[in-house]
Structures are given as structure tokens and as C-alpha cells.
Design a protein around this ligand. Structure first.
Ligand code: ADP
Ligand code: ZN
Length: 529
């Protein structure tokens, strides 16, 4: 068609304007596009919302042939193709949800050179059929989206991605791009290797989202804290509240509604019609709070989400970054708020222990959790910690809770020793181990049935920790777990001495702890300029 011929070899900026309606490339996009248009391979590390799609869509239009996009999320594929078609781009996808007739139609269009972009799921490329089909047409570029899925160390590993290492042999001469929003050094190295991109140029965007204010506070009464946080936001703010389980999603949405907030639930177990209508209300109306599992948000294009709240601890820093990154895509001030508690730590350790994965897998998940806890418990700048995790160094930001109100610290050595020696005694002398609740009862000198029965009031540390409240002790335990001084063990998440515990028992290692402050909900989010 005429229109199509106009794009071929055209100036990328002209295509950007004409087809997508944008005035200019964003920082980084233009260089990537020129490089790929000229036929080079590229590894693109750009945060969620940074604008990765444009970097392969424009080359696909400018270069002759069809751009092949490998994307793992079928639901997302559908939305992207719809959006492209709405812009007049000839886009289609091939996946398992289509009828044989539909698939045949797409294949014919591809072979006839009538497609600008073709989206496929990675598993399609494991078999010979799709490869044969693609070899019979012309490819302009191959874009491997969510390329971190090839990393076995990552949080999102998909075995099908391992099959994408030989695309250069299957489609010689076609420029390849690997794109991801995950930028840890290990992932970066691994995807470059496994996707065989030795000559690719690397484009690493800054991961900083300066307009997002990070806030993490200890969990005491999460729903009340959540309501308090939401009420502190400007009237009519749209937000997403992430919870881990479907049940918790429904209960929380219910609770918020009863508090008079415009909240809706979203999770995979809901009826498809309800899900769709909740989603469209969130997109269309002002000030809707979506309470959702992490399934919600991928591919949701709503730039004015003013806050993202976590009432459960994310499993990894990558996950946290991706979820919080859905706030403030319009560049206006936004808040990422989280409440997290001892229960989260114990529960996630237990989930890891009980997971069917092998030892290496569990270790990896444990490392992800440790990094997440370190972010929660840092007395330094949250953003510095977060960006540091992605290999990016930065100054203290002035736009996170610890920068805005420096946390008070105290010397937790003696408290830690009391706790550790209680644990060691019980273990050595009686072969017993307990969870946080009972240990706190012992330290605070409580007189419970269990303490009397077990004779734990005879322990030398009984009542030695009465100077701290129950809440204080929970804070101590949480921080000691995060620092590896304590270790949650076994099916019941009982507490043991962690790797860093022995040095603390000997008094050789300082134990600076942050004093918990509640309700710092950030009523006046500020943008860092
Ligand atoms: P990513 O895939 O990196 O998460 P997207 O490609 O979905 O990001 O883009 C995020 C948002 O930015 C989308 O709403 C997109 O339309 C918009 N966008 C991308 N590039 C530009 C640009 N050059 N000018 C204006 N908006 C852009
Ligand atoms: Zn900061």
C-alpha cells in the first residue's frame, strides 16, 4: 500500500510523528533506533515506562520486511497489536488463542509482505513450523521483549527463552534486539550471552524515577495504615494497591469500600467480565484505587497513577521496582508506599523453604528476599539502595522517607544478645526452637500458659527484655532477620542464629537498628528537581 511505501527508508522522526503522533524521541530512543535501522544488534535496558516499544516499532516500519516481536505475555500482545492497528500499523500476532483459520490468515499476510509487525510467544519459536514460515518471508528486525526471562537467576525465568540463542543462525542478517527493564549486572551479562549478542551495542538508560517518592513503614495494622496513607494523598488520586493473595485483594478492596473509598478488586480468579469492567473503570474514571495481585499492571497504560501501595512484601527488588514503576509515568509527583512486617519475612522464608525448587533455586530466592529486606531496613537513602541494586550509583535523593526524615537509630547490641542467648539456650539445653511470639513473651517476662508449662520462666533471660515493648521486639527481630543475625528456619519459621549471629553474641559486631516510626504517609509528595 502507498502509506507503507512512505515509511520505508523514511526519517525515523517523521515516522514517529506521523504514525505514533509523538513530537520527538525520548532520551535514548533516537540512538537505539538509528543503530537498529542501520542493521546493528542492540541490548536495551530501560525502565518500565521508558518507551522501549518505540525502539523496535519504528525500525520495523523504516526497514523493509516485517518486524518480529517475541513477547511472553499473550494478553499484552493482544493490547499492543490493537493499539498499533488503531495507529494504522499493520500488526498481528500468532498464538494459541487463535483458531486455525485466523492463524492461516496472519501467515498469508506475512508471506505476502503485508505485515509491519508480527508478535509471537517464545514457545512458537521452539518448533520448526514457525521458523519455516518466518524464513519464507522477510524480517526487518527481531525484538526479544522481556529478555531477562532468559536468565535463570532472575525472577521471571522462562525455559522457552533458552531456545532463542540461535536466532542469528536461523535468520542471518536480521538485526536483533533484546529489551528488558531488569538491569542487574548478572542479568545483563547473562542475557547478552544466552541470546548470543556478542556484537550488540548496549543502551543502558537511567533507572531513576525521580518523581516517585519511596516510603516504607513497619506494618502494624496494615489496612488502617493503608487508609491513612490514601487519605493523605491529594483528593482524586488514582492508585494501585498490591497484595499477594486473591483473598487479601478481595478483603482489602472490601475494607476500602467500607471506608468510603472508590476501590475495586482485580485478580486472575475474578470473572473475566468483572475484571474487564474494573480495569476500564480504573483507566477511565478519576481517583479509582485498584486493589490487585501483581498480575495487574503489565501493559496497563495509565500515565497518571499517583501512588502504588504494597501491603505485602514483594519477592524481589526487581518486582518492587517494576510494580512501583507504574506510578507517575506522566512525570508528575507520585508515591510508592509499603507496609511490611515480621510476618512477611517469616512467611516468605517459609514459602521459599517449602517450594519445590532445588537448592540452588531456593538460595537464589533467598538472595532476592535478602536484597528486598535490605531495602526495607536501610537507614540510608532508599533510592540509592534501589539504584545501587541495579548497578547505578547516585547521591542521596531528598525524595524518600529516610532522606526527608532521617530515621533515628539506636544501639541494638544488648537486645540482640539477649534474644540470641535465649535462642541458643533453648536449643542447646532443651533442643527446642520457637517463633517470634513466644521468644518475645520470654524476654518480656510474660506469664502465659505455655511459658509456665515449659518452665521457660526459669530461663536466665526471662524478663530481661521488659524494657522493650512487644512492637519494639518485633522491629528488632525483623531487622536482625534482614541482617542475617537471625535466621528463620523450618516449616514453622522458628528463629535460629544466622550467619552474622555469632559475632554479635561475642559482642564483636555493632548492631545499629532503626527506630520504627509509624504513619509517615507523605501528605505532600515532592518532586526532585
Ligand atoms: P516500556 O515498554 O519501556 O515499559 P512503553 O513502550 O510501553 O514503555 O512506553 C511507555 C509510554 O511512553 C507509552 O505510553 C508510550 O506511548 C509513551 N512513549 C514512548 N515513547 C514516547 C515518545 N517519544 N514521546 C512520547 N511518549 C512516548
Ligand atoms: Zn532518598
Amino acid at each position: 500500500t502507498l502509506e507503507r511505501r512512505d515509511h520505508l527508508g523514511a526519517d525515523p522522526v517523521a515516522v514517529l510523528k506521523e504514525v505514533f503522533g509523538y513530537d520527538a524521541f525520548r532520551e535514548g530512543q533516537g540512538d537505539i533506533v538509528s543503530h537498529v535501522v542501520a542493521g546493528g544488534d542492540a541490548v536495551v535496558l530501560m525502565p518500565t515506562g521508558g518507551g522501549k516499544s518505540i525502539t523496535y516499532q519504528v525500525p520495523a516500519l523504516v526497514r523493509p520486511g516485517t518486524g518480529l516481536v517475541i513477547s511472553p505475555l499473550i494478553a499484552l500482545m493482544h493490547d499492543q497489536v490493537d493499539a498499533l492497528v488503531a495507529n494504522g500499523v499493520r500488526a498481528a500476532y500468532l498464538n494459541s488463542t487463535q483458531s486455525p483459520g485466523e492463524r492461516a490468515g496472519v501467515e498469508r499476510a506475512f508471506l505476502d509482505g503485508e505485515l509491519d509487525l508480527l508478535y509471537v510467544a517464545p514457545e512458537r519459536l521452539s518448533g520448526a513450523a514457525t521458523t519455516n514460515l518466518l524464513q519464507r518471508g522477510t524480517l526487518s528486525v527481531i525484538a526479544i521483549d522481556e529478555a531477562h526471562c532468559v536468565s535463570q537467576w532472575g525472577h521471571d525465568f522462562r525455559p522457552d527463552y533458552l531456545m532463542l540463542g540461535d536466532l542469528a543462525e536461523r535468520f542471518p542478517g536480521v538485526p536483533r534486539m533484546a529489551l528488558t527493564a531488569t538491569a542487574t549486572r548478572a542479568t545483563h551479562r547473562e542475557l547478552t550471552e544466552r541470546l548470543s549478542l556478542p556484537d550488540a551495542k548496549h543502551f543502558v538508560a537511567s533507572f531513576d524515577r525521580p518523581n516517585i517518592q519511596y516510603r516504607i513503614e513497619p506494618k502494624v495494622d496494615p489496612r488502617k495504615q493503608l487508609v491513612q496513607f490514601i487519605r493523605a494523598q491529594p483528593e482524586g488520586s488514582a492508585g494501585i494497591v498490591y497484595a499477594l493473595s486473591r483473598k487479601s485483594v478481595e478483603q482489602t478492596a472490601d475494607y476500602l469500600q467500607k471506608q468510603g473509598l472508590d476501590a475495586l478488586p482485580y485478580h486472575a480468579g475474578l470473572d473475566a467480565g468483572i475484571r474487564a469492567s474494573n480495569q476500564s473503570r480504573f483507566l477511565r474514571d478519576d481517583g479509582v484505587v485498584m486493589v490487585a495481585t501483581i498480575a495487574f499492571g503489565m501493559g496497563i497504560d495509565k500515565p497518571d497513577v499517583r501512588f502504588v501501595a504494597h501491603i505485602d512484601l514483594p519477592k524481589s527488588v526487581e518486582g518492587y521496582y517494576q510494580e512501583t514503576g507504574r506510578a507517575g509515568r506522566d512525570g508528575e509527583p507520585a508515591v510508592a508506599w509499603m507496609a511490611y512486617g515480621l510476618g512477611d519475612v517469616v512467611q516468605q522464608r517459609r514459602l521459599i523453604d517449602q517450594s519445590p525448587g532445588d537448592r540452588a533455586y531456593k538460595m537464589r530466592m533467598g538472595q532476592h528476599l535478602d536484597a528486598m529486606l535490605a531495602l526495607c531496613e536501610t537507614v540510608g537513602c532508599r533510592r540509592q539502595n534501589l539504584l545501587g541494586y541495579f548497578g547505578q550509583s547516585s547521591d542521596a535523593c531528598g525524595n524518600c522517607d529516610t532522606c526527608l526524615e532521617a530515621p533515628e537509630t539506636w544501639d541494638g547490641l544488648v537486645a540482640a544478645q539477649k534474644l540470641l542467648s535465649t535462642i541458643v539456650r533453648l536449643q542447646r539445653e532443651r533442643g527446642q526452637s520457637f517463633g517470634a511470639g513466644h521468644l518475645i513473651d520470654i524476654l518480656r517476662g510474660a506469664s502465659t500458659e505455655r511459658i509456665r508449662q515449659q518452665g521457660h520462666d526459669k530461663l536466665s533471660t526471662y524478663g530481661l527484655g521488659a524494657d522493650l515493648t512487644d512492637q519494639d521486639w518485633r522491629s528488632v527481630i525483623r531487622q536482625l532477620l534482614a541482617g542475617g543475625v537471625l535466621a528463620a528456619q523450618g516449616e514453622y519459621g522458628t528463629l535460629g542464629v544466622g550467619e552474622a549471629g555469632a559475632a554479635v553474641l561475642r559482642g564483636e559486631s555493632p548492631v545499629p537498628l532503626r527506630r520504627d516510626v509509624l504513619g509517615r504517609t507523605g501528605s505532600t509528595p515532592r518532586t526532585r528537581k
